[in-house]
Design a protein around this ligand. Sequence first.
Ligand SMILES: Nc1ncnc2c1ncn2[C@@H]1O[C@H](COP(=O)(O)OP(=O)(O)OP(=O)(O)O)[C@@H](O)[C@H]1O
Length: 605
Amino acid sequence: MDPATEETPDMAKSENLGLFLRIRPLLQSGVRGDRNPRFRRKSAFEPWFQKMCLRVKTSRSVTLSPPLALERGRTKTEVYDGFSQVFSPDSSQEEVYEKMMSPLVEDFLKGKSGMLAAFGPSGSGKTHTIFGCNRQPGMMPLALQQIFKETSDSTRSLFISIFEIRCEGGKEERVFDLSPNGVDLTMHRSTLKGLHEVVISDWRHGEFVISQALLRRATSPTNANSQSSRSQCVINLRIVDDKSNGEVNDQANDGVLIIVDLAGAEREKRTGNQGVRLLESNFINKTSMVFCLCLRSLLEHQKNPMKPLEKHFQDSLLTKYLRDYMEGKKRMALILTVKAGGEDYHNTSCLLKQASPYMEIKFNNEPSKRRLSPSFALKGYKEKLEVAEHEIQHLRESNLELEKELKDLKSLIEVQRLADDQVAEHEIQHLRESNLELEKELKDLKSLIEVHRLDDDQVAQEIQRLRESNLELEKELKYLKSLIEVQRLADDQVAEETQRLKESSLELEKEVKDLKSLIDVQISGDDQWDDSVVEDLPSPSKNAISPSKEDKDRLARRRKGKKWSSLEEDTLRAGVEQYGVGRWKLILTSNQDIFGERNAGGFEG
Ligand SMILES: Nc1ncnc2c1ncn2[C@@H]1O[C@H](COP(=O)(O)OP(=O)(O)OP(=O)(O)O)[C@@H](O)[C@H]1O
């Protein structure tokens, strides 16, 4: 902070923290922002008035009664009094602006820094109050309109910066600049490094910048709110006098107006959040709790200065950023937003119990004073110079450290390079060796292949030889088959001849038997001759008894046989040599074309 314009806390001129209460109108069941099915079911048959647990008593007080369903054990109605202003559900945005925001803006234009924070459970109307919508513009757009209305003829410029603090995936808190091209920010003490400020040309431009930023803000639907804010959103307005270089101007100031839309605390049971949503609500609840702890500690410290001011602000980025406000050094106003439905009794009761004592907190309400005396200004410049020298010294030191680090890194790189070279050499050597081994292996393989190739030739030769011998065998087989066939035919003829001989033998036997019996009869006739009988006896046959008729034919045929040619005789001789004596039929069938119609019987002679 510029020492020439430093504020001096002066509690004698202090004022109480502005604590406002706004009751959100009951929305029809089932509409956006009232989605809990448990309560939707009830709402279907309960009259509106039965559901109200919070009623406006006066412009500064309210009564809180347990809803009918909870009344049995607790009939006590509590009164909360002393608010700067209570806004009923019918209050318009303009009314809220007039009574709450306008004085803050006027003070801001006079150079007083101030902060307004909207605080309340999820879905109770914080975002609606701060930003509103097209038809019901909230505190922010209305403030822009007032600022530009009152500074239209001056040479002052308005700067806006807007950022959010959120906790991604339930891990650490992070700050995001929501202005166009904004990036992640880091917080050092209570200052954000790199936060982008936009110069606003008129209130419409300001509205546009804010609406664009809100598009980038983290929101998501929950049971309590169809578009619940999942981050703490902070807007900074700063007015700078374009001609303030050296000139004395009472209107010129470095006042800052901060507007905070806190994410609404949520009861896990109610929201039914799970997973990432649950982690988010843990972060949201924690920030709300730290915010309250800071204010409670401030209040207790102010009531009893012996009690130290706890450093709770360190426990969240939001309270860190708002440290001056959390420690009562700058002016602050709070607007508590609540829902008045029976089902919201617990949330509303908790909030009122917790926050209503804050109305006793005091802040210094003096504008930033310019120390105009030259000696004071000189002192300020000297201090600035000291800070700058200190900074330069610090930069020099850090530069030296960086140089040292760079040197270390370079030597490290050199060492690494040498090590790499060694590794590379070793690797090359290793590769060479393995290359040699591979070459040897390749050579072995080649010779193995050659050996195999020779083996293959031998195999081919063997196959050829086998094929040829196979052909020969086939030929031989064919020949043997024909031989067998011939033999079979010869055997058939032999069988036939045998059969014929058997039959002729039987005939002969029969003839011999007949003759024998005839001879017997002849002999016995000689012994007992009977002339009567003799006449009937057959005379002996004139035919020779032997040979038989067939033999006779055969003999006759042989006698009448064709004369043997020399070819037939040679063939017969060759047949005898080949098959042996007596194999006449075989000789005949093997040479049928030569012997023609001769039969094997004729060969014997
Ligand atoms: N005064 C009001 N008049 C009309 N509608 C309202 C009013 N206050 C809130 N609402 C409506 O109620 C719903 C919830 O409001 P809003 O989003 O502002 O809640 P919130 O407190 O910011 O919730 P969260 O903490 O979850 O972001 C919105 O649809 C909003 O338009």
